[in-house]
Design a protein around this ligand. Structure first.
Ligand SMILES: Nc1nc2c(ncn2[C@@H]2O[C@H](COP(=O)(O)OP(=O)(O)OP(=O)(O)O)[C@@H](O)[C@H]2O)c(=O)[nH]1
Ligand SMILES: [Mg+2]
Length: 338
């Protein structure tokens, strides 16, 4: 398939039933078009998108949802290529890959980068790769990723990988929509252990020190040891899973099968102790909360009076003449009075 142009082409929409039938039938081009539909901000598309998602919902929930994070360049895409092809070729399962990259206005570039870094997966019949929606703030991107994920599930993909750059809030968002959270790290100077946001480590199910190859192997083993000690100090998680630390080489495809077995083991544990159902409930509730906040924000943005007042108030707040809290309350009151 030729890389698609980044200029949005307005293609004709299908009817809701056509999207649903295509998705259920595993038609990748219809799936891709349905994802474009849920990514659309056009009010006329929003209702159609909801209709498609509602119809797909009964077919969702059966995949393994895995979040993969780590700093730029740690090897997330290479790892997904290695694990993805392991699943499609050795295990014989299907894989869909989505990414969240809200920070980068240039993600048009990284899309092409990802396609080349996932060369084998990109041309694999059992895989579907969807670049991140490049526009919009995290809330919007998160909503669209969640919905894209459900569409992929309805299309029958057994494993879903969501890649996110580990530099901000996006990990929390990805954590809230996945079952298993994998953090890729590099063996560094050790300073990063201190600098590492504890919050990210605490929500991680598995830390994998990547690029454990060549001269780097020993350092990777040492880093593994350090992280094991650091994570051991965390209070035990309520779900009964003890986070682990391992090493891998996405380049040489070492350790990838072991990591997959860990993901399966985690799933089996959570299913046997009842936490898996709770996890999925939490994901659904979080989706609702996000959709509600997002919808409200959109409504507020569409209100001209509120927007004019908002523009004026920004100046007042910036100059310190008005408290941010008062400004927000006044805007809400104005919105309610409409
Ligand atoms: N030696 C070695 N190099 C690796 C390994 N995994 C990835 N790389 C290299 O590291 C570079 C970055 O890899 P990517 O897979 O693009 O990393 P990424 O985390 O997806 O990067 P962003 O998407 O930009 O955040 C590439 O040049 C890879 O070839 C590994 O296990 N060993
Ligand atoms: Mg990448």
């Amino acid at each position: 398939m030729a890389p698609s142009s980044s200029t949005p082409r307005r293609r004709q929409r299908l009817a809701a039933a056509e999207y649903v039938a295509g998705i259920r039938g595993g038609d990748r081009s219809v799936l891709a078009r349905a994802i474009t539909l849920v990514e659309s901000e056009l009010p006329s598309d929003v209702d159609l998108a909801s209709e498609v998602i509602d119809a797909c919902l009964p077919d969702t929930g059966r995949s393994r949802r895995v979040g993969i994070t780590g700093v730029p360049g740690v090897g997330k895409s290479s790892f997904i290529e290695a694990l993805g092809t392991y699943l499609t070729r050795t295990v014989g399962e299907t894989v869909a890959v989505l990414s969240i990259d809200p920070s980068s206005p240039l993600s048009g570039g990284s899309i092409l980068g990802d396609k080349t870094r996932m060369e084998q997966l990109a041309t694999d019949d059992r895989a579907f790769i969807r670049p991140s929606p490049s526009r919009g703030h995290l809330g919007g991107v998160a909503r669209r990723t969640r919905e894209a994920m459900l569409l992929c599930e309805a299309a029958g993909y057994q494993n879903l990988f969501i890649e996110t750059v580990g530099v901000g809030q996006s990990e929390t968002t990805v954590r809230s929509m996945t079952d298993f959270f994998l953090l890729l790290m590099l063996a560094g100077s050790g300073d990063e252990l201190q600098g590492m946001k504890r919050g990210i480590l605490e929500m991680t199910d598995l830390v994998a020190i990547n690029k454990a190859d060549g001269d780097n192997r020993t350092r990777a083993e040492r880093a593994r040891h350090d992280y094991e000690i650091a994570m051991h100090l965390f209070p035990a998680a309520a779900d009964g899973w003890n986070p682990r630390v391992t090493t891998c080489s996405a380049l040489n495809r070492d350790g990838v099968a072991d990591i997959w077995n860990t993901i399966l083991e985690h799933r089996a544990l959570l299913e046997s102790n009842g936490w898996f159902a709770r996890l999925r409930e939490q994901q659904a509730l979080e989706w609702m909360r996000e959709a509600l906040l997002y919808g409200l924000e959109q409504e507020i943005r569409r209100d001209d009076e509120v927007n004019d007042r908002l523009a004026a108030m920004r100046e007042e707040v910036r100059a310190g003449r008005l408290s941010p809290f008062r400004a927000a309350n006044e805007l809400l009151a104005l919105f309610r009075r409409r």
